[in-house]
Design a protein around this ligand. Structure first.
Ligand code: ASP
Length: 616
């Protein structure tokens, strides 16, 4: 693709910034939280400038003290409410002092300055209070399963069972509101600035070969099932064949992968597809999109994002999603080790992928955990179980090879490794240990984006390494310079697949697609040994003038959880499923009766019988 001239590029950026500025200004001026309702203000809005105004607030009682005052809370903040003490308003006092915490109330009163010395600088509304004249308890709250205070610890199972109460916490309110704002900006950027069309695609569809396991949905046709799509992949490609040119969707996706930590059976992707684009075009689009929608109170995103090949990522970090916020790269010391003449090291090196690799942990001596490692002592010597095998010269060579400093610790691994995944995990665990010992390696305020490119098109299947599976999905195009290898040695073909990594987590992935039916059929049938019949509609479509196209999907839940620094993606989803894929609030999945199953021609033996028994 032709790179835009730098003048055209800066003009476009200037326009984007202007648009962003104008939009933000309009949002600030126009956002009216009290339109269409009887409240005059939210509980986070009042300041000393409002003193003297008569206001009506609606909110939940956060706290009530001795019939004198209460703190009212809504999504935006807290306001102190003074309960009247005079005889004429004794019914208001009675009402407000007997209402339990978390009851929902309306109060009307006058904003006044707090008496001198009683201001609370920690509260944005801490200069004022509202002297109540009338009040109404709209609904009383029964005994709570937990207090609605962010600092009170509660089990996640309880939080999920009463998710509607947990949602009242400031943290979840903040997370969901920020998510909504980011998605809004993404829409603006894609649709208003770059001509994307928001298209909804079906969620009842059929099985897609390869990739994740899909959920089945029974149909009324005996023996036939829908599948819930793991992503709108086929539809977005078909939209390109349909001439939509630029598609985007906040897409709900489903994967039945059983219980996996920090995964959800249903999740959301920002799904994108474009015609006539190459890898560079998609990458620049995503960088612009993230920059435009990035929250203003976070450290800014700088573009272009650095890029690394899959091979480099595995060699240097032992993973295809490297956390590049800190060094401690894996170093291959096979050549050096070969010269040592240590029997077990040479044995390891004699295997086809035999290597000796190391990571140097700066100041690793701060943690006692690294006992079986090579330590660089203040007297200039190395201390390790291995040093008896090393002469003075070899010790100095190792120190130089790994650029060791005093107090550093080195971890070594010898064996048959291709991917170095063990050292990759060790690197991350070492970082955790160093941080637990007080060193700061990964500043939570810093965001390191990274493109990982040049993945292999196919990888050996984990359960049967003699067969191949797609590293991304079967629609990914081969790297243009490797296409001919597809027919001779498919394992050597690199792909036009790119992943976006943020602070060591994969937050997106996509590819340039195969738009040639013959090539697609070859990949499906000959390389992947899939039945191409299930994809006949797509193969057909590719023969009707399908444009070259490519796309990407960003994992919205993961992205937002990294931006807000949440412990888990469940903290940025309104109603998440538990680790085992259950909805603990509504208790889904649930049994259905034999009658309900009949139209689907399905019979379940014991669970239904058991459920029936439970009901009776
Ligand atoms: N559909 C792919 C996924 O969900 C992303 C893409 O290739 O656009 O991972």
């Amino acid at each position: 693709m032709k790179a835009p001239s730098s003048r055209a590029y800066s003009f476009r950026l200037a326009l984007e910034n202007l648009y962003r500025g104008v939009t933000l200004y309009r949002v600030h001026c126009l956002r009216n939280f009290s339109s269409f309702v009887a409240r005059t203000n939210t509980c986070g809005e009042l300041r000393s400038a409002h003193v003297g105004q008569k206001v009506t607030l609606y909110g939940w009682i956060q706290y009530q003290r001795q019939g004198l005052f209460l703190v009212l809370r809504d999504f935006q903040g807290l306001t102190q409410i003074i309960i009247p003490q005079d005889e004429a308003r004794s019914h208001v006092k009675e009402l407000l002092s007997s209402a339990p915490v978390e009851s929902v109330v309306r109060v009307t009163g006058v904003v006044s300055l707090r008496p001198p010395g009683q201001e609370n600088p920690k509260m944005p509304t801490g200069d004022i209070e509202v002297k109540v004249e009338t009040a109404e308890v709209l609904n009383s709250c029964k005994k709570l399963p937990f207090e609605i205070k962010d600092f009170i610890k509660k089990s996640e199972a309880l939080r999920m069972q009463y998710r509607y109460l947990d949602l009242r916490s400031f943290q979840l309110q903040y997370n969901l509101r920020l998510r909504s704002q980011i998605v809004m900006r993404m829409r603006e950027y894609l649709c208003n600035l770059h001509g994307f069309v928001d298209v909804e695609t079906p969620t009842l569809f059929k099985r897609t070969p390869g990739g994740a396991k899909e959920f089945l949905v029974p149909s009324r046709e005996a023996g036939k099932f829908y599948s819930l799509p793991q992503s709108p992949q086929q539809f977005k490609q078909l939209l390109m064949v349909g001439g939509l040119d630029r598609y985007f969707q906040v897409a709900r996706c489903y994967r039945d992968e059983g219980s996996r930590p920090d995964r959800q059976p249903e999740f959301t992707q920002i799904d994108i597809e474009m015609s006539f684009v190459d890898q560079n075009g998609i990458q620049r689009l995503i960088e612009g999109l993230l920059q435009y929608s990035w929250p203003e109170d976070r450290s800014p995103v700088t573009t272009p994002f650095p890029s690394m090949t899959y091979e480099e990522a595995l060699a240097d970090y032992g993973t295809d999603k490297p956390d590049t916020r800190f060094g401690m790269k894996i170093v291959d010391i096979s050549d050096f080790s070969q010269r040592l003449g240590i029997h077990f090291v040479q044995n390891a090196l004699s295997y086809p992928h035999g290597t000796v690799k190391a990571i140097c942990i700066p100041q690793g001596m701060v943690s006692d955990i690294f006992t079986y490692s090579v330590r660089f002592m203040p007297d200039g010597s190395l201390k390790s179980l291995l040093t008896k095998f090393l002469g003075q010269e070899q010790q100095s060579e190792l120190i130089q090879e790994l650029k060791m400093q005093v107090d550093d610790v080195v971890l070594l691994a010898a064996g048959e490794h291709k991917r170095c995944s063990a050292l990759g995990s060790l690197r991350l665990e070492s970082a955790d240990l160093l941080e637990a010992a007080g060193l700061v390696l990964r500043d939570p305020a810093v965001f390191h984006f990274l493109w990982v490119v040049d993945f292999p098109l196919f990888l050996p299947k984990e359960d049967n390494p003699t067969e191949l599976e797609s590293a991304h999905h079967p629609f990914t195009a081969p790297h243009p310079s490797d296409t001919s290898l597809l027919y001779s040695d498919p394992t050597k073909v690199r792909s036009q697949h790119y992943d976006l990594v943020l602070n060591g987590s994969e937050v997106g992935g996509g590819s340039i697609r195969i738009h040639n039916a013959e090539l697609q059929r070859f990949v499906l049938e000959k390389v992947l040994k899939e039945d191409s019949e299930v994809l006949s509609h797509l193969l057909d479509a590719l023969e009707f003038g399908a444009p070259p196209h490519g796309g990407i999907a960003l994992g919205l839940d993961r992205l937002i959880s990294l931006i807000v620094g949440a412990q888990s993606i469940r903290d940025v989803i309104a109603f998440p499923k538990s680790f085992r894929g259950r909805d603990l609030m509504g208790n889904a999945p649930d049994y259905v009766t034999a009658e309900e199953l009949e139209p689907y021609h399905i019979q379940v033996s014991w669970p239904v019988a058991e459920a029936e028994a439970k009901k009776n």
